[in-house]
Design a protein around this ligand. Sequence first.
Ligand code: GLA
Length: 732
Amino acid sequence: MRHLIATAALALLATTTTMNAMEKKIIRISTEQTDLVLQVAENGRLYQSYLGEKLLNEADLQELSWDVHAASDGSVTRRGWEVYSGSGNEEYFEPALAVTHNDGNPSTWLYYVSSSSHAVEGGTQTDIVLRDDKYPVEVTLHYVAYPKENVIKTWSDISHQEKKPLVLSTYASTMLYFNRPSYYLTEFSSDWAKEAQMSSQQLQFGKKVIDTKLGSRAAMHTHPFFIVGLNQPAHEQQGEVLMGTLAWTGNFRFIFEVDNVGNLRVIPGINPYASAYKLKRGEVFTTPEFIFTLSTNGTGQGSRNLQAWARNYQLKDGKGSRLTLLNNWENTGFNFNQDILAKLMKEAKDLGVDMFLLDDGWFGNKYPRKDDRAGLGDWEVTHDKLPGGIRALTEAAQEAGVKFGLWIEPEMVNPKSELFEKHPEWVIHYPNRDTYYYRNQLVLDLSNPVVQDYVYGIVDKLLTENPDIAYFKWDCNSPITNIYSPYLKEEQGQLYIDHVRGVYNVLKRVKENYPNVPMMLCSGGGARCDYEALKYFTEFWCSDNTDPVERIYIQWGFSQFFPAKAMCAHVTSWNRAASVKFRTDVASMCKLGFDMGLKDLSADDLLYCQRAVANWKRLQTVILDGTQYRLVSPYESNHMAVSYVSADCSKAVLFAYDIHPRYQEKLQTVRLQGLDPHKRYKVEEINLMPDSKSSLSANGKVFSGDYLMKVGINVFTFHSMQSRVVEFTEVE
Ligand code: GLA
């Protein structure tokens, strides 16, 4: 519905061209690099006739054909790549849509009705209406093409006018087809403290499914994004790759199906598991957005496309700056009081960060939150722990000269809470089975509007009473256990979906009423990391694992789809064998924060951190808004290097890490990318330990961008867990 209203409003403002199937049978959805060409066939249905590198000649589009010559004896079968294939048609493979009509008929054949396009921020939106000729069922396909960033975003609306509700059993966001010699999938598996682990495999005949059934902490075991290497495994700097991600904070499913003639179809969408959705007459079922880029220069370019797109159009405050912070979770856990926090705020100031972030453990009175077994749901300050309330804390922060941020987990409840005692009917759990728990907690039933009001009210009350709260870390530690909604009663098929929509209703209200409060999306680490949630969050917590060695891999993984600006990285005491410098340098390649006790640091380490914070702030616009180049992969070497280049190419920052090099291994020279070959750059190693000098042979010298990109510089060593941060500045 949201999209329909928005579409209608925008259509009034923009030039809209409506055409019917007979006048114009080709619909071209283009970026500067990519063409997606759809074609209405003689049978009146809509087929994909091309998806690939942009075609230079408009006239060539007429040559594209919608049918697939499938038979091995050379005869032509009239099987095509139907753009939104329905169940029960002549198609033998996985459909996008499966509907059971009021009369029990399971088939849906969709025919082209009309299409129109209009300008939207950053690109052009094309809307295509399809309708069944036997049943009043309509699907509108939406595509937004962002030419400059080479990104296409697509989703679908499903509606009908049958008397009784339809049962939707499959409802993909879209379908894409490829005809290439081979396909290689890179997926991102995950677990607590083990997020965004990349692994690849060749796709052969049949289906590969990546899905999740966890409901709220939905991306705990796999993330909602993937890469397909076309014709060769995905490579950083060359080759054709599809990089796609689903904007949905709940159960998702990607199907990759290679058919009998070796064509690949990619079907992204909500996972319909336990979610046969009863769609009422007139109701519009809007699928999540699927966002993809097709790069012909490998994943590096694909990531840069998505990162730029996210900052420009999708991520909350994508163009704004970010707050550096000191968090207390790894330092104090639940054991703190007002004095301890006031001291930490002073430490935050001393360190030079912008904000102090108070984590879990500040709330609950009848059942104080002194560990993770009680208190969730009761969002009143624990009076005997923090007698001055939040007010005293924001005042202490003000006095220390830093902002104040607060952790909340408002979608959850501990059974040991006043909320659960008062409203067990607000909680997702079985009426007739033993309850099982994840982290001793349960999920509030956000399919229920009253519960949505309650959850919004938590944030609203905190901000009304304490307008100085400058930031929230919004956590979600449990998957949905005991999947049964007391509110939905016999309509349990809606729960996984309506719950997520309920979360969005709350987040929308928060954003509308408090547009300037930045928020970190957290889910027991990085189990929520999708582009719908990121419309409401300025950043996300990548992982509770802050061991810098592990973080190198985790941040490498997430960087495939997200800009550094959205990725929170904190310096902690995980892996004390690594120097404070190494830990800080690893966190500095993303949105920098700290979560450690400063009094444990040596004077040198503290001074080092203070200088590193100052450097990071000075270079923030290069790191967070610049163009990212992943130069050396930790998956392919014992090192890692990544750089950021400012938009005008006058400044660059290189982060280089030695992980666990082998004895006398061949050290690679790092060749930079994205510099201006004609400019000259001064090389300067920064983030040095106090009193130490750079041992880089290039330090202090001036080189042309051409030299730095073709010859490169030596930054790696044979030593474990060493790092270098190098600044490149244009000189006259
Ligand atoms: C989750 C988060 C942590 C921390 C704890 C608090 O695990 O990922 O960073 O906030 O919750 O309970």
